[in-house]
Design a protein around this ligand. Structure first.
Ligand SMILES: C[S@@+](CC[C@H](N)C(=O)[O-])C[C@H]1O[C@@H](n2cnc3c(N)ncnc32)[C@H](O)[C@@H]1O
Length: 233
C-alpha cells in the first residue's frame, strides 16, 4: 500500500525525469563537458556510486540485484559486469532507453533486465541486493522508510540506499536548483537527519529483522548525499 504523498511525488518525478530534465540528466551522466558546478556533482556522484559498489560483493555471479531508480544505468552496468543478474527499473522510459543504449552488449556472466515502472512492483520478484542511489531523496522520510520496508520483504541480503542528509550547508538542495534552468527545477529534495531515518527504521513494522550497517556521507562541492546499508540478520 502506497501513500498519497508517495504517489504524488512519484508522478512529479516521472514528469521531471522523463521530460523536464531528461537532456540535462543525460548530459550529466555522460562524459560530455559540463560547467563547474555540474562537474562537482558528477564527481560526487561517481564517488557515491563507487562507495555503494564497494559494499557489494566483487563476484556477484548467480545473485539478483535490483537497481531501484536506475536512471541511465551506470550502477546496473557495473553490477552486471560482476556477474549479477540485474533488474534495472526507473519511472522514466526515456532514461531507461538511454540506459539500454549505454549498456555493453557483452556482460559476461551478468545480465540486465531493463524495466519501466515503480521500484515497489512486486512482480519484479526477489533479490539478494537492492541499491537505490539518489532515487529516494525526493520522498519524505516516512515514505523513504515505507519504501525500504516494502522492498525488504523481497530481499534476502542487503539494501543500500541514499538520503539527503540534513546538514547546515544543505548543499544538495542548492545544487539541484542550480543544475537546471529555473523552469526545470526539480521537485524538492527532502533533507532528513540520519537520526530520524534511524528512529523511523527502528519503529516501522516489517523491518525489525534488518540491521543498520555502514553509512557514508559524500560532500563534494555541490553534491551532498549519504549512503546507508541495511543488512538482513
Ligand atoms: C537522481 S536520479 C538517480 C538515478 C540513478 N540511480 C543514478 O544514480 O544515476 C533518481 C531516479 O529515480 C527514479 N525514481 C524515483 N522514484 C522512483 C520510483 N518510485 N520507482 C522507480 N524509479 C524511481 C527517477 O525517475 C530518477 O531517474
Amino acid at each position: 500500500m502506497t501513500t498519497l504523498s508517495y504517489q504524488t511525488r512519484r508522478g512529479q518525478l516521472q514528469t521531471y525525469f522523463d521530460r523536464t530534465a531528461v537532456e540535462a540528466w543525460a548530459r550529466l551522466t555522460s562524459d560530455a563537458p559540463v560547467g563547474r558546478i555540474r562537474t562537482t556533482v558528477r564527481a560526487g556522484r561517481t564517488e557515491m556510486r563507487n562507495t555503494l559498489l564497494s559494499w557489494l560483493p566483487t563476484d556477484m555471479r548467480g545473485m539478483r540485484l535490483l537497481d531501484a531508480g536506475c536512471g541511465t544505468g551506470a550502477l546496473a552496468i557495473e553490477a552486471a559486469k560482476r556477474g549479477a543478474d540485474v533488474v534495472a527499473i526507473d519511472l522514466s522510459p526515456t532514461l531507461v532507453g538511454l540506459a539500454r543504449d549505454r549498456a555493453p552488449r557483452d556482460l559476461g556472466a551478468g545480465s540486465i533486465d531493463f524495466r519501466v515502472g515503480d521500484m515497489l512492483d512486486q512482480s519484479l520478484g526477489r533479490f539478494d541486493y537492492v541499491v537505490a542511489m539518489d532515487s529516494l531523496i525526493h520522498y519524505d522520510a516516512r515514505d523513504i522508510v515505507r519504501v525500504v520496508t516494502g522492498i525488504a520483504q523481497r530481499t534476502t541480503t542487503a539494501m543500500l540506499f541514499t538520503f539527503a542528509p540534513r546538514t547546515p550547508a544543505l548543499g544538495f538542495m542548492h545544487t539541484i536548483g542550480r543544475l537546471f534552468p529555473r523552469g526545470d527545477r526539480a521537485p524538492s529534495i527532502e533533507p532528513v537527519a540520519e537520526s530520524r531515518i534511524a528512529h523511523l527504521l527502528d519503529n516501522e513494522p516489517g523491518i525489525e529483522s534488518w540491521r543498520r550497517g555502514r553509512t557514508q556521507r559524500m560532500a563534494r562541492g555541490f553534491y551532498i548525499s549519504q549512503a546507508l546499508e541495511l543488512t538482513a540478520q
